[in-house]
Design a protein around this ligand. Sequence first.
Ligand code: SF4
Ligand code: SF4
Length: 336
Amino acid sequence: MPHSPIPLVSSPSLTLQTLSFEDTLATQGHGPLTAKSISTLQVNMGKVCNQTCHHCHVDAGPQRTESMTKATIDQILAALDQAPEISTVDITGGAPEMNPHFEYLVRQCRVRDRNVIDRCNLTVFYVKGKSHLPEFLAEHEVEIIASLPCYLEANVDQQRGKGVFNRSITALQTLNNLGYGKEGTGLRLHLVYNPLGPSLPPSQRDLEQNYKEELMSRYGIQFNRLLTITNMPISRFLDDLRESGQIDSYYTLLVNSFNNATVEDLMCRSLISVGWDGRLFDCDFNQMLELPLQNNSPQWIGDFNTATLEDRRIVVGSHCFGCTAGSGSSCGGAIA
Ligand code: SF4
Ligand code: SF4
């Protein structure tokens, strides 16, 4: 997909200071970014995780304590009851399965006939008390989106921690044995790729083919789709960029790779993100940056109201260039 011909940023130090995302949209003939109808509710169940990956935009880990309460989950369910147009509940974290109410949320969403996505790190299956999760997810036909940034052990362990690769492979084989990733079972298993460093992901279609061949020949693993995601310049990945002196060059890459064709389908235009404490955001990234919804929108899930959230103006910042670079990036992978 050709990129839009915006002027090349030749001086990296000018990028952040003078080129706003909104100005770039305007230059390309777009008005301010606004939401369309809401089809996905993304629920962040907390920052607790059994891993501490280098690129984590949530800054999650075992020492974090932020975790969604059952009262907040009940408010989410009440919101679903008044919004039949929300067809998908996309559950994330941290490791969402570490939240003691994860299974309650999944069951209640399925009772309401919503598609449920679990953003799963795979190693959570080996946490004490969680070994039943693969069967639980299969029984409730939960769609699994799992991170596997490479099919090579050294690269995965470098980004996600020592031993993560081998446990991830065993977990994927367990899911395959339950029918996940196989034709005709209805149990969908997708993998997520993100670059190891400050570069854009390669072609999603080509890389998917590559992953399928390598994972089948090396480990007998099957999956449905590979989703390529750009590393967002926030949180732990931003700290890494600062430490390595690559922050300006990475922003320059994102800005210069702006792709007009991604704007129509940016994920914030069709989802609402709920924080662990019940606050509402335009997306998970705005949540991590604590950028609330524009101030005439409801701010808490308890005040959810579709009519006032559709057509809202989306709060944007320089991090948004991560979603519009190259083929684009969203929780569903490449956009364009
Ligand atoms: S990237 Fe995912 S698995 Fe890794 S620390 Fe963050 S939430 Fe946990
Ligand atoms: S970071 Fe991406 S999804 Fe979030 S508001 Fe910006 S463009 Fe939309």
